[in-house]
Write a protein that binds this ligand. Structure first.
Ligand SMILES: [Zn+2]
Length: 295
């Protein structure tokens, strides 16, 4: 859905609520507190603020309870526009830009985008294990590189002597990607990441020659290494797919989010993963909202 279509479809709070109710309950309204289906609309003429009443636990609720839209004072139409601008941006978009586009205060936009990223992180955790041909690699993102003291500091020590955050990732060729920041890049952190993201049975894992990958790759049925000091592609052995993902992440980070705390890097990585993993979705907006109301 482009921005104009979205603006035309959701002109009132009532239209937005109808959409959320349809996508969350699929015709069977349910109490978010006790899961009872014995619920009815509150008698009220004000449809835009109308709430539901549970006949079992006697609580009143709106469709937004427990979702990223819960306890928000902003009209849902504004929420939908922020989300659409965020999801439509191929690379990424800053809260400052959306604030200028929509005339909403930047801190408000930032907190809406933050909630959206938390939902994207939950979506990433719910993805199945990667399998088939899987490429794994690491990247260093954020922060300014410190000047190395000695020439030896610069050699063969990825990311050392920098303030950057290390991110480990794995991508299934033709499929999905998973990535997360780690405090240190070593055999243990790589093993932990791969064991929860990649299926060990029948998977062929590819990585470059960094020694820290030696032990983690031993857990897989098949593995292959590419020596980047001599070549980048050896037939089907390469890590170009994950390198492509890193370039997306880096462009998003350096182009948009450089002013933000590196503490939040995990959430920004989740946004990049979400966009990559659902790049073929018919409507990313519908998919995202369906996820956002089910967490
Ligand atoms: Zn109830």
């Amino acid at each position: 859905m482009n921005i104009l279509e979205l603006f035309q479809t959701f002109q009132t709070q009532e239209q937005c609520l109808d959409y959320l109710e349809a996508i969350r309950w699929r015709g069977e309204p349910q109490c978010p507190y006790c899961d009872s289906k014995k619920v009815c609309r509150h008698a009220s003429n004000d449809r835009a603020n109308q709430r539901w009443q549970c006949q079992d636990c006697h609580k009143a609720f709106a469709v937004t309870v427990g979702t990223i839209f819960h306890r928000t004072h902003k009209p849902l139409q504004q929420w939908f526009l922020v989300l659409a601008l965020m999801l439509n941006a191929k690379k990424s978009v800053s809260s400052h830009q959306i604030s200028r586009d929509l005339g909403i205060r930047q801190p408000t936009v930032w907190s809406m985008m933050h909630r959206a990223r938390v939902a994207m992180a939950v979506d990433q955790k719910a993805q199945e294990l990667l399998y088939g041909i899987v490429e794994t690699d690491d990247a260093f993102i954020g922060g300014k590189p410190k000047k190395p003291n000695k020439k030896s500091d610069r050699k063969g020590k990825r990311g050392r002597g920098t303030e950057k955050t290390c991110v480990i990732g794995a991508v299934e060729r033709g499929g999905k990607v998973k990535a997360q920041p780690v405090t240190e890049l070593n055999s243990t952190s790589i093993s932990e990441f791969l064991s929860k993201t990649v299926d060990t049975v029948g998977t062929m894992v590819m990585a470059d020659q960094l020694p820290a990958y030696n032990k983690p790759l031993g857990a897989f049925d098949k593995s292959a290494r590419i020596d980047h000091s001599t070549q980048y592609v050896d037939g089907m052995i390469h890590t170009n797919t994950i390198e492509g993902f890193w370039s997306l992440v880096k462009r998003a980070w350096y182009g948009t989010h450089h002013q933000y705390s590196v503490k939040l890097i995990g959430l920004y990585i989740s946004e990049s993963c979400f966009k990559y993993n659902h790049r073929k979705a018919h409507s990313l907006f519908d998919y995202f909202v369906a996820r956002a109301v089910s967490i």
